[in-house]
Ligand binder design. Structure first.
Ligand code: MOS
Length: 743
């Protein structure tokens, strides 16, 4: 069961349209909500005229900030509708609730928002300038770094915000050793400035939430979310409700990639609490682009030095990340950590700066901050290899982190397969023949790295009366983790996979667990499932031992039965044992196990890429001809699904590299807020991806497995940029590398 390629269980239903998403769920007396989005990027909100909207047949209410039962606080979740200041074009300012989606949509267009224009701050460099206009005039109640840390970053020391700009929201510095001396002593120093664009997660299913209030006052929320408990805590705090009065069920996800960590929930919940009827909100595609929480634009300055033999000497840099107008979450701290790559540095000095602007408040997107960071550091390493006339893989092998090293955060790394990924590509034909390609073609190499998230995770495994094992966790199923949980529980308990079922993401029945994100679900929840199944198996053996009058250590579980080791004759079917347990007057305690992952170490993920491109010297078009990824996955529980993650991550990295950008007008209005205009890679633009599995077992992971979702995306733009440099002798410093920019 472990290590065999199998089809994804939820795959058929998803491709056939049979999956019931939140948008498909029935509810009695359902109302539909539609947000009214601000047109200005920065403005004072003077008045909202709802008369025309309320006159539309079927409209039940038009809610504004003053109508919501909010408990106070600041940030995106705490103020779901703009209060007195609009801080981005697309910020929800009102919510129309109607009997039909059509009525809500018609009425939303009739809501009249009166504003006083304020100068918007849209560009990161302009926002940082001395004397820049303030992107936000009203006071904020302090920063919340929890979203970033949930994704696995280390925070380092926080300094007071400074400089001559009113828009610097946060500043953090990671520093060790004498960087000035290191750079002065280096034989060669390379430096660069890198700009990356805002990129949307572009999941197919938009943000969707259905909320109602039960007769006992409990707020019940079904949502397309990655974190059931996260949403429960968030809603309890937004609306001042006791935690036991909020129940959240994470629904099937039609894609998330980090973007579904609480955007639509406060809107739907506010309406349900106010109107006491079930309310559903399903974002339109345009609302997604304008009012979602995409990956922010970044500005990275990096400088690094090395000795003639390739030994790295020191790195210095600054990562500026856009925090948008409400800025709950920034990715610049993580990005700063990742800008050093998975390498040993005798000295480093890296600063993260979070900047308030009049853009949407950003969120997480698959390896938050990593693709820009890897773009910067791997471009410079490529330049360094060229300047020192060193083999790019050899340069990296000389410096790469191995088990026992300490990362930038000072923590000892227990296991990391970066070296093995590089070694896997060293002999690859594409790498070997990279200098013999036709004119205009090039192969680029880059190494990506993800620290691996950690959050509490727990699981319950219980044998039910029908002889099946039920696995209960709070994990939202973002990427088919049901498949992994079933395989792990079946193997650890001793039942065939068909006799294991999984329930996920219900705060009403699951023990506490963190969000599905950070590449940690299989690693942490999976480990908890393994422990819970093992404990349940011990209980099963106790029951069987008492029934068979044989010591438990002389029994084994196999083929759906418990039998004495080596004597198959006297066996009891697990189903019969279950029937004996769950009967009135029975003498056995329930067969259940609990597992958690209180103490596991981080399992960083690494992936090395080779990208083969052709650059058209006439048009500047960059064409990907081939792509190879070698990723350390610990242990591939189901190689088909792991390869799927590698393909998907690579494809998204291709989007980062060549196509994707949430552009805006000079006034800050979003350009291209549909899939017709926002270009994600089409099959024509994604070459066949060769996925090479590297398995360096993670000691704390279930069966040696580790998280595989985020590592594959990290270094794709870097590999493509390095291939462009090899093909056309141009070093792109901007993502996406559109021909207009590169040429
Ligand atoms: Mo993610 S960006 O860890 O969901």
């Amino acid at each position: 069961m472990i290590g065999t390629a199998r089809r994804r269980r939820d795959g058929d239903a998803k491709v056939r349209g049979a999956t019931r998403y939140v948008g498909d769920m029935p509810a009695h007396g359902l109302l539909h909500a539609r947000p009214v989005l601000a047109a200005d990027a920065h403005a004072r909100l003077l008045a909202i005229d709802t008369d025309a909207a309320l006159a539309v047949p079927g409209v039940v209410a038009v809610l504004t900030h003053a109508d919501l039962p909010l408990a106070g606080g600041s940030g995106r979740a705490a103020e779901p509708l703009a209060r007195e200041e609009i801080v981005w074009a697309g910020q929800p300012v009102a919510l129309v609730v109607a009997e039909t989606e059509a009525a809500a949509g018609d009425a939303a267009a009739l809501v009249d928002v009166d504003t006083e224009w304020l100068e918007p701050v849209l560009d990161l460099e302009a926002a940082l300038a001395d004397g820049a206009p303030a992107a936000r005039l009203t006071e904020r109640a302090g920063e919340d770094e929890s979203a970033a840390s949930a994704h696995g970053g280390s925070e380092g020391g926080t300094e007071a915000a400074g400089g001559g700009s009113p828009n610097v929201a946060t500043r953090q510095r990671l520093q060790r050793g004498d960087v000035d001396a290191g750079l002065a002593a280096a034989d060669h120093v390379v430096r660069g400035r890198f700009r990356t664009s805002w990129v949307h997660q572009a999941y197919l299913e938009p943000q969707s939430t259905l909320a109602w209030v039960d007769p006992d006052g409990t707020l019940v929320v079904h949502s397309s979310t990655q974190g059931a408990f996260m949403v429960r805590q968030g809603l309890a705090s937004t609306f001042g409700l006791p935690m036991e009065r909020v129940r959240v069920q994470a629904a099937p996800l039609g894609g998330a990639f980090g973007g579904k960590l609480m955007i639509a929930e406060p809107l739907a919940a506010a309406a349900a609490l106010t109107l006491r009827r079930p309310v559903r909100i399903v974002f339109s595609r345009t609302e997604e682009f304008a009012a979602g929480n995409p990956a922010p634009g970044q500005l990275i300055d990096l400088e690094l030095g090395a000795m003639r033999d390739g030994a790295l000497a020191a790195i210095r840099g600054r990562v500026v990340g856009d925090r948008g107008g409400l800025g709950d979450m920034g990715v610049e701290a993580l990005s700063t950590l990742l800008a050093a790559g998975p390498y040993r540095w005798p000295a480093h000095d890296l600063t993260a700066v979070g900047v308030t602007t009049n853009r949407v408040s950003p969120g997480a997107y698959r390896a938050p901050g990593a693709p820009p960071a890897a773009f910067a550091v791997e471009t410079l390493l490529d330049e360094l290899a060229q300047a020192l006339d060193l083999d790019p893989i050899a340069l990296r092998l000389k410096n790469v982190l191995v088990a026992g090293d300490r990362g930038l955060d000072g923590q000892e790394i227990k296991v990391i397969g970066a070296r093995e990924c590089l070694a896997r590509l060293e002999k690859h034909p594409l790498y070997v023949k990279r200098d013999e390609l036709p004119e205009g073609e090039g192969v680029g190499l880059a190494l990506g790295f993800w620290p691996g998230g950690l959050e509490p995770a727990a699981a319950i495994c219980k044998l039910d009366a029908d002889g099946r094992l039920t696995v209960v966790t709070a994990a939202a199923d973002m990427s088919g983790i049901e498949n992994a949980f079933i395989a792990i529980a079946a193997a650890a308990f001793g039942l065939p996979e068909e006799r294991v079922r999984v329930t996920t993401g219900d705060t009403g029945s699951a023990p506490y667990g963190g969000v599905a994100g950070g590449s940690k679900v299989t690693y942490t929840y999976g480990r908890a499932v393994e422990r819970a199944a093992e404990q349940a198996r011990e209980r099963l053996l106790d029951v069987a031992a008492s029934e068979l009058e044989i010591a438990p250590e002389d029994l084994e579980v196999a083929d759906g039965e418990v039998r004495p080791v080596g004597t198959p004759g006297r066996a009891i079917a697990i189903a019969d044992l279950a029937a004996k347990v769950y009967t009135f007057g029975g003498r056995h305690r329930p067969i259940e196990g609990y597992g958690s992952t209180a103490q596991v170490s981080r399992a960083p993920g690494a992936a090395a890429h080779l990208s083969h491109v052709r650059v058209d010297r006439e048009t500047g078009e960059i064409r990907l001809l081939a792509h190879v990824i070698a990723q350390d996955v610990g242990k591939a529980l189901n190689p088909a699904l792991v390869e799927g993650q590698m393909h998907g991550g690579t494809a998204q990295g291709i989007g980062w590299a060549l196509l994707e950008e949430l552009g805006h007008t000079d006034e800050g209005q979003l350009q291209g807020a549909t899939f017709a205009e926002y270009a994600v890679p089409s099959t024509d633009q994604v070459p066949e991806i060769e996925a090479l599995l590297v398995e360096v077992p993670a000691p704390d992971g279930p069966f040696g497995a580790k998280g595989v979702g985020e590592p594959p995306v990290c270094a794709v733009p870097a590999a493509i940029a390095n291939a462009v440099a090899a093909a056309a002798e141009i070093r792109p410093g901007v993502l996406p590398m559109t021909s207009a920019r590169v040429w």
